[in-house]
Design a protein around this ligand. Structure first.
Ligand code: UD1
Ligand code: UDP
Length: 354
């Protein structure tokens, strides 16, 4: 069987790596990189660290408006699918690369496998929500990480092709955390003591593209009395400059985006994680680090239910309070919310049956 895998953004490289590894033992894979992310630390670093084969096609689409970016991907992916004639297309998550890959395939009647199907924030202002709803409805196989995701699909009338397989990020973390512990020197480089710093990430459009929300988050970061490591996404960097917002707190160590091994090492060693990322919320849970999520809602509702994650929105007071509060979470009493790390095998088993 021949699969075309579409990736383009940082979290997709991380999610695709474990599945590609298993798929390539059984079938052929043509890897397409849309070029949505292109900076070394948002793209190439993951290919080398995670030993992902070089893409067969690189579309170099780059940063553009939603329509232009998605449209250019759609045109270019269609050409590849016509040329390669795959048996299926595999897409990941909820980025513009996901939607373009799914749509190009569905229009050509190539079946689509959507990994991380069924997630919903119910916030249609998020570009990710549009991407994931549409991709789910285009897909033949819907691989859900949680029962909540399965229930969302059922409510939208989708039951055929729905498979609850756990979350692929469990494998990504399990596979790479040992490597991270052996190879990463980020704690020494930044002179950090485990449990005595917070790790923060911030990049979601719903925060960075609204001046009042970003101002409020920056103001909160400026009040935190612990060390905070902040690997800054270029989108956020650009908005801070545009609105002349400054992180003036000497406790905040701003660095460029980092590779996956350094990231896992920091996530595991941090006292808490402050984030608006989807992947980072799950990794915080998997690495047993309390999480504070700077969003009004989350797709990863289980982490909140089990109190491993607290939603604080962009509320300055709540962010500061959550960062300083003493939180004791009994992770050992929480069931494995995202599966046991057999997701790739389960997905390939289903796909191999055709
Ligand atoms: C995208 C996804 C988001 C995901 C995130 C993962 C969409 C709509 N959004 O958001 O769901 O959480 O990736 O990180 O698909 N930029 C660079 N260098 C790069 C890439 C981007 O400087 O290599 C800058 C550009 O100014 C660009 C901005 O970041 O305009 C946003 O990039 P884009 O890919 O459009 O969205 P992300 O915010 O990365
Ligand atoms: N990540 C990374 N380096 C960073 C920031 C994040 O390797 O500097 C990883 C993180 O560990 C997680 C993934 O990128 O696996 C999450 O991607 P991101 O937050 O960009 O997107 P989201 O998950 O919100 O779509």
């Amino acid at each position: 069987m021949k699969a075309v895998t579409i990736v383009g953004a940082r979290p997709q490289f991380i999610k695709a790596a474990p599945i590609s590894r298993v798929w390539r033992q059984h079938g052929e894979e043509i890897l397409v990189h849309t070029g949505q992310h292109y900076d070394h630390n948002l793209s190439d670093i993951f290919f080398s660290e995670l030993e992902i084969p070089q893409p067969d096609y690189h579309l170099h689409v780059g940063s553009k408006s939603h329509g232009e970016q998605t449209g250019e991907m759609l045109t270019k992916i269609e050409r590849i699918l016509l040329e390669e004639k795959p048996d299926l297309v595999i897409v990941y998550g909820d980025t513009n690369s996901t939607l373009a890959g799914g749509l190009a395939a569905a229009k050509l009647h190539v079946p689509v496998a959507h990994v991380e199907a069924g997630l919903r924030s119910f916030n249609r202002r998020m570009p990710e929500e549009t991407n994931r709803v549409l991709t789910d409805h285009l897909s033949t196989w819907l691989f859900c990480p949680t029962e909540t995701a399965v229930a969302h699909l059922l409510r939208e009338g989708m039951s055929e092709g729905v498979h609850m397989v756990g979350d692929i990020m469990v494998e990504a973390v399990q596979y790479n955390i040992q490597l991270a512990r052996r190879q990463s020197t980020i704690l020494q480089q930044l002179a950090l003591t485990p449990d005595q710093f917070l790790l923060a990430t911030l990049h979601r459009a719903e925060n960075t593209d609204h001046e009042s929300r970003l101002r409020s988050i920056v103001s909160a970061l400026n009040q935190i009395e612990y060390k905070v490591v902040l690997p800054l996404h270029p989108r956020t960097q650009a908005r801070l400059a545009q609105w002349d917002l400054q992180i003036t707190n000497p406790n905040v160590i701003m660095i460029a985006p980092i590779g996956y091994l350094d990231m896992l090492q920091l996530e595991a060693a941090a006292a808490k994680i402050l984030t608006d990322s989807g992947g980072v919320q799950k990794e915080a849970f998997l690495l047993q680090t309390p999480c504070i999520t700077m969003r009004d809602e989350t797709e990863w509702v289980e982490t909140v239910k089990w109190r491993a994650n607290r939603l604080v929105g962009a509320d300055e007071r709540q962010i500061v309070e959550a960062a300083h509060e003493r939180s004791v979470i009994h992770f050992d009493k929480i069931p494995p919310l995202y599966g046991a790390g057999r997701t790739a095998d389960q997905i390939i088993h289903v796909l191999a049956k055709g």
